[in-house]
Design a protein around this ligand. Structure first.
Ligand SMILES: CC(C)(COP(=O)(O)OP(=O)(O)OC[C@H]1O[C@@H](n2cnc3c(N)ncnc32)[C@H](O)[C@@H]1OP(=O)(O)O)[C@@H](O)C(=O)NCCC(=O)NCCS
Length: 183
């Protein structure tokens, strides 16, 4: 198994949090949190229709690769010490080793540093992989929470794309963020 494929199956720890490689069986535990509409305010997606739809999506993600084989899909469910789930961290690795990250912390769990610890642990693990050449994120300019999170993790703003997308009735301008890889 390559480093990236092996990382995709690795249980990560972030202080008191565990990051479990995503499996279809996580759908039941993650559905309520991911069904919260406010999580999708600044992203083009919609909440999952039901737990079965979420499970079908997680089954596709459990392949850990895109159907064309040009991307690796690394996803972790965030679990708290009481065994409840707090969110999801996603990393998409392109064929040249450039990684794009995305993340969700459930509404009831926000503002407690869970995003910082969980996304920080994933970013640290990715940065340690020699095959990873870049780590970045594209963030709607209105998404102050997500901007604060990546800046807290040391990402630097490298660009602004106006009208990058259009969803939920308005245009979306996006900041591009990159993490300087210190190697
Ligand atoms: C973005 C998100 C993951 C942050 O998770 P979180 O667990 O609440 O973040 P944390 O508590 O770890 O906070 C991290 C930093 O961001 C700041 N922050 C968090 N939410 C904020 C907000 N709404 N406004 C301003 N700052 C905020 C915190 O103060 C903290 O900064 P600090 O470490 O300098 O004190 C969460 O709000 C979320 O899931 N949003 C909806 C989904 C989404 O938009 N994902 C991003 C797609 S690109």
């Amino acid at each position: 198994m390559t480093g990236i494929a092996s990382l995709a199956e690795t249980l990560l720890a972030a202080a008191e949090l565990r990051l479990e490689p995503l499996r279809p069986g996580h759908a039941e535990g993650l559905f309520d949190g991911l069904a919260e509409p406010t999580l999708y305010r600044f992203i083009p997606h919609q909440p999952p229709a039901d737990a079965a739809a979420l499970r079908a999506r997680f089954e596709r993600l459990a392949a850990r690769r895109s159907p064309a084989g040009d991307q690796a899909w690394l996803n972790w469910a965030i679990r708290r010490p009481d065994d409840s789930y707090a969110g999801l961290v996603e990393a998409t690795v392109g064929s040249a080793g450039a990684v794009d990250i995305a993340y969700f912390v459930f509404r009831r769990c926000q503002g407690c540093g869970i995003g910082r610890r969980a996304v920080g642990a994933v970013v640290e693990a990715l940065a340690a992989e020699p095959a990873v050449t870049a780590i970045g994120a594209s963030i709607d300019t209105r998404n102050t929470g997500s901007i604060a999170l990546v800046e807290a993790l040391g990402f630097e703003r490298t660009g602004l794309i106006r009208d990058a997308d259009h969803f939920k009735g308005s245009p979306s301008d996006e900041f591009r963020y990159q993490l300087p890889l210190r190697r």
